[in-house]
Design a protein around this ligand. Structure first.
Ligand code: SME
Length: 150
């Protein structure tokens, strides 16, 4: 499904939101089933005032990486850089935390509330180099939408 068709579905989930984690879970499920190169979709959020990320709702294989220190892995780097991180080939990254041998690429987009980086959406793909600027713009839209609930 293309991103322009997904956007109203995200907006509808957000405007009908009641319990935040249920909405985030529904967004993860929707993205995973709708975008064929999204094989794992999840949220990480800053763990209180600690310099670490804590996993939130996700769709896809179980991960042991429930806590990620700032600076570690792709996720931890985005917590510090405040910028999107698109990894075409995870094997080319030294500072990468592997979740599954099937994962070939990753995109992480930060989520800002009042200009503060409070978390991120993280997508793993089993396809090499699948992400374009369209993914970035769409995932920025998802993060902006979710931010209105926080
Ligand atoms: N690969 C991530 C770790 C999280 S998993 O993808 C679920 C990273 O390097 O930060």
């Amino acid at each position: 499904m293309n991103f322009n068709k997904l956007k109203p579905k995200i907006s509808s989930l957000v405007s009908n939101s009641n319990v935040l984690d249920e909405t985030l879970q529904a967004i993860c499920n929707l993205l995973k089933v709708s975008v064929c190169h999204y094989d794992w979709v999840g949220f990480y959020f800053r763990n209180g005032e600690k310099k670490e990320l804590k996993i939130g709702p996700y769709a896809g294989a179980h991960t042991d990486h429930t806590i990620i220190p700032f600076g570690k892995g792709i996720c931890g780097q985005v917590a510090v850089s405040n910028e999107n991180f698109v990894v075409a080939d995870v094997n080319s990254q030294d500072n990468y935390i592997a979740c599954s041998i099937n994962v070939k690429s990753e995109i992480v987009v930060p989520l800002f509330v009042n200009n503060k980086n409070v978390g991120q959406i993280d997508i793993d793909s089993n396809t090499i180099d699948p992400f374009t600027q369209a993914d970035e713009r769409f995932l920025e839209f998802v993060c902006r939408s979710v931010a209105t609930l926080m």
